[in-house]
Write a protein that binds this ligand. Structure first.
Ligand code: PLP
Length: 382
């Protein structure tokens, strides 16, 4: 039999999906604090717009870069909400934020190039870099620095092969939101070393205090590529709509790269996204308030138990230090928690080596389940 491509075989699995598989196989209900999926329903006007598109036969191929009206509306949104000046041509509709990230990196990274990724960071960053036969190089986000990237650490990691840095704020798994000064420093860092900066902003709408700041707002020489998504903001994870905002010099190549991959994104889903963007935004605000309330309820429980954590300022994750319970093997402990107490969490090591001793708890889970899950978790010592 011909062999499987070594790069495909070597690809690590996301530890979150692995826990998900185990949870599905268990008999009986499991409290799921592992997945980042809004507990709210997709807004009815979004569903109606997508259904309408199906009914009207808008079911044919559309241009690679997406439906024109959606791209125009996004160009306006980027100016109003993100301070990013982007012409319609710079907006490319993708199959979720995941594909936006892949598209961005495919446009700027070659085999053997190095890409700086956060540790802890979303597992897909390392996976997508590896998919492109490039090399992920982790930069540490350390508790003593408030989990904010350190300029000296970053400088020390740059080699002649470094091509890009991935930045993610609000962060999965930390819930950290980079302030403007840090965002500007990262853009300066990319400029100083002549790197591309790929910014993952899928949680832009979920912040609890200071607002989200887009690196592209400070991009003076066209080196920032920004990945956005409808998934989390509008509770439409399964509709698979996101978008990439490319610098002017890259927009044509990015649109071209859609061709061998997807040709274009599901057209009715794009009309659903247009309705999400241009319709009422009250559900977005209500979901954000609910996440904030859940954060406060969960952190009150952890405070009472004396368990350290990073107070999330955005996204919907709580990064908690369970080293006092997990005894040096957080992955094994998470499996025990699942098997013995039927609570699924994402072990910190899934997000990089710095995650040993930590877990990521999803605040996207209904409050009652979140609190019951925490009670069971605190009960499981090593
Ligand atoms: N970026 C981050 C940091 C995420 O956590 C996720 C989803 O979990 C995504 C991007 C992509 O989401 P989607 O492809 O559903 O838009």
């Amino acid at each position: 039999m011909p062999s499987i491509a070594p790069n495909a075989e070597r690809m690590p699995r996301s530890g979150i999906r692995a826990i998900m598989d185990m949870a599905w196989r268990l008999p009986g209900p499991v409290i799921g604090l592992h997945v980042g999926e809004p507990s709210f329903a997709t807004p009815p006007h979004v569903l109606a717009a997508a259904e309408d598109a199906y009914a009207q036969g808008r079911t044919r191929y559309v241009p690679n870069a997406g439906v024109g009206e959606l791209r125009e509306a996004l160009s306006a949104k980027l100016g109003e909400r993100n301070g990013i000046e982007a012409a319609t041509e710079q907006v490319i509709i993708t199959a979720g934020g995941m594909q936006a990230l892949h598209l961005a990196l495919s446009a700027v990274v070659s085999a053997g190039d190095e890409v700086l990724i956060p540790d802890p960071g979303w597992p897909n960053f390392a996976m997508v870099v590896q998919l492109l036969q490039a090399v992920p190089v982790r930069y540490g986000l350390r508790p003593e620095r408030g989990f904010i990237p350190d300029a000296d650490d970053l400088d020390a990691l740059v080699t002649p092969r470094t091509r890009a840095i991935i930045v993610n704020s609000p962060s999965n798994p930390l819930g950290a939101v980079l302030p403007e000064t840090e965002v500007r420093r990262l853009v300066d860092f990319a400029r100083r070393h002549d790197l591309w900066l790929v910014s993952d902003e899928c949680y832009e709408a979920i912040t609890f205090g200071a607002p989200h700041v887009s690196p592209a707002a400070f991009d003076t020489d066209g080196r920032v590529l920004s990945a956005f998504s409808f998934s989390k903001t509008y509770a439409m994870t399964g509709m698979r709509v996101g978008y990439l905002v490319a610098p002017p010099a890259l927009s044509a190549v990015c649109a071209k790269l859609q061709e061998p991959l997807v040709a274009c994104v599901n057209a009715p889903a794009q009309y659903g996204a247009l309705a999400a963007l241009t319709g009422p935004q009250d559900q977005v605000a209500a979901a954000r308030d609910a996440y904030r309330e859940r954060r406060d309820a969960a952190t009150a429980v952890l405070d009472k138990a004396g368990l350290p954590y990073l107070r999330p300022e955005g996204a919907f994750y709580l990064w908690a230090d369970v080293s006092s319970l997990s005894g040096g093997d957080v992955s094994g402990w998470a499996i025990r928690l699942l098997q013995e107490r039927h609570v699924a969490v994402a072990p910190g090591t899934t997000f990089g080596p710095q995650g040993e001793g930590w877990v990521r708890l999803s605040l996207a889970t209904a409050t009652e389940d979140l609190l019951e899950g925490l009670t069971r978790l605190l009960d499981l010592s090593d």
